[in-house]
Design a binder for this molecule. Structure first.
Ligand SMILES: [Zn+2]
Length: 107
């Protein structure tokens, strides 16, 4: 089953859901709002323009704040892979490398 990334239209929380293609859209796990948008590329990254880096950065911080460093690293990785050339992404790369240093298994 594929994993889909969704963003809540209400609180802008981004989450991943394992589901079949024809499953209905899920609810937001934070605020239970049923209005969610499926992100076709990756969390926080589909947003247009120069806001991408700061958006990704705030998502990373949010995850770190929740103690989800692995998720934060995954998000940073996706962002760097997909839109690493965009303005402001240098700090995301730096954050990614730092996280990776913290999390690398057996290091
Ligand atoms: Zn929500």
């Amino acid at each position: 089953m594929p994993t889909y990334d969704y963003q809540c239209n209400n609180c802008e929380h981004i989450f991943e859901v394992l589901q079949k293609l024809d499953d209905p859209d899920p609810e937001c796990p934070l605020c239970t709002c049923p209005q969610v948008t499926r992100l076709l590329c990756a969390p926080a990254i589909c947003t247009r323009g120069d806001g991408t880096a700061s958006r990704v950065e705030s998502e990373i911080k949010k995850r770190l704040g929740q103690g989800r460093a692995g998720d934060a690293l995954r998000l940073a990785d996706k962002a760097v892979n997909l839109v690493g050339k965009r303005k402001g992404m240098d700090k995301i790369k730096a954050a990614r490398d730092k996280l990776r240093g913290h999390l690398s298994p057996g290091a």
